[in-house]
Design a protein around this ligand. Structure first.
Ligand code: TRP
Length: 367
């Protein structure tokens, strides 16, 4: 297994990741503790899709002590947004609502330009503008949320150079797998992604405790941020990490380069129907065998989509699982249920996305 923010190769083994990255599991105790602040434990936490963290409990301590708590997350605009991208954002909004926290949202247009030689600056700008609408459509509190792009918000560069002075090439190489043939822009880039960890503190001149909700593959950046933080006299950021959201293909593969394996936020109901209909399931080749032997929800991406987000009812997912393995349920039923849920979800998202067009200025942080 090989994980850097730019590639995930091989089967993902989350136990190994935990060990390798030195992060901790989200425990039931943590979930219990959250009940102090909300009676609604988000489905992504209940199902442990957000499964790991670093110093999340310290961040909660800070919140209790009245220290300013901040959220930070981001998006690399190299294509249209799909469901997998949205999951951490939905969870970030939940945290923002529960803790009434300010949020900084970084769009790494520089990063995507640097790692995609086939894309022009204009391509990246188009995706940036497009993706920002999806971000706003998630419904972040406009009074507490600032979105910026690295190429258009100079303050980030000013912070990044302060960070970069403390990161050697050898550390960057070991952390991100750079080689002699990596372009020099991407070698500097980790400082750009680390910078928002200290943005509030620098803009406001005050202490704050930052929490970063993101997919686990982004963790190497926070190691760098945490190493540098004390040198710049800032608090180290905490993190809460999600698993990868599976695609619709066999083994849960999803990639923007195989559009049939992901649901884009712009997809029409017909697209959703077709993609889910063709998704990889754990079903048997014939109805007869399905009834005799039962299906295998453990490898079924349709089940996984219901599980990780789209079937909020805990009893219902359990029932689906149990009915599937004994052959009482056929794949068509799950596909239909999921199609219905995703279409409903997308219709709402697309409405909010339309409205977002008039709200961009309100959210955007510029020099
Ligand atoms: N590098 C991330 C990506 O490619 C984008 C990103 C920037 C990000 N800052 C972040 C993601 C903070 C999560 C948290 O998608």
């Amino acid at each position: 297994m090989h994980i850097t923010p730019w590639e995930v190769r091989g089967e993902v083994n989350y136990d190994e990741i935990i060990k390798e990255f030195g992060v901790e599991l989200i425990t039931d105790d943590i979930i219990e503790r959250l009940k102090k602040y909300t009676n609604n434990i988000h489905v992504l936490l209940r199902r442990k899709i957000f499964f790991a963290h670093r110093e999340f409990e310290d961040w909660l301590d800070s919140f209790e002590k009245g220290i300013k708590v901040i959220l930070y997350t981001g998006r690399g605009p190299s294509g249209y947004t799909h469901l997998g991208h949205l999951i951490p954002w939905i969870f970030t909004k939940y945290l923002q609502d529960v803790f009434k926290a300010d949020l900084y949202f970084q769009v790494t247009d520089d990063e995507k330009f640097l790692i995609h030689p086939e894309m022009s600056m204009e391509d990246i700008e188009n995706f940036t503008n497009d993706n920002i609408l999806d971000i706003i459509a998630v419904g972040f509190d406009p009074e507490r949320t600032k979105i910026f792009t690295n190429l258009n918000y100079k303050e980030i560069y000013r912070i990044a150079v302060r960070i970069a002075r403390h990161i050697t090439f050898s550390t960057a190489k070991a952390t991100f797998g750079f080689t002699e043939s990596s372009n020099i822009g991407i070698i500097f880039f980790p400082a750009m992604q680390a910078a928002p960890c200290f943005l509030y503190q620098i803009l406001e001149g005050k202490d704050a405790h930052v929490l970063i909700p993101c997919a686990i593959d982004q963790e190497p950046y926070w190691r760098i941020s945490r190493d540098v933080a004390p040198k710049l006299r800032f608090r180290k950021p905490a993190g809460i990490y999600s698993k990868f959201i599976p695609g619709l293909g066999a083994n849960g593969k999803m990639s923007t380069s195989h559009p049939e394996t992901c649901i884009f936020l712009k997809d029409s109901p017909e697209d959703v129907k077709r993609k889910i209909w063709n998704a990889f399931t754990g079903g048997q080749p014939t109805l007869k065998e399905q009834k005799e032997k039962g299906g295998n929800p453990n490898i079924c991406v349709v089940y996984w989509y219901l599980y990780f987000y789209f079937e909020d009812d805990d009893k219902k997912v359990e029932e689906i699982y149990n009915e599937c393995i004994i052959g009482k349920r056929i794949c068509g039923e799950c596909k239909e249920l999921l199609t219905k849920k995703i279409i409903e979800f997308l219709i709402e998202h697309q409405k909010r996305r339309e409205k977002a067009k008039d709200m961009v200025e309100k959210y955007l942080l510029k020099d």
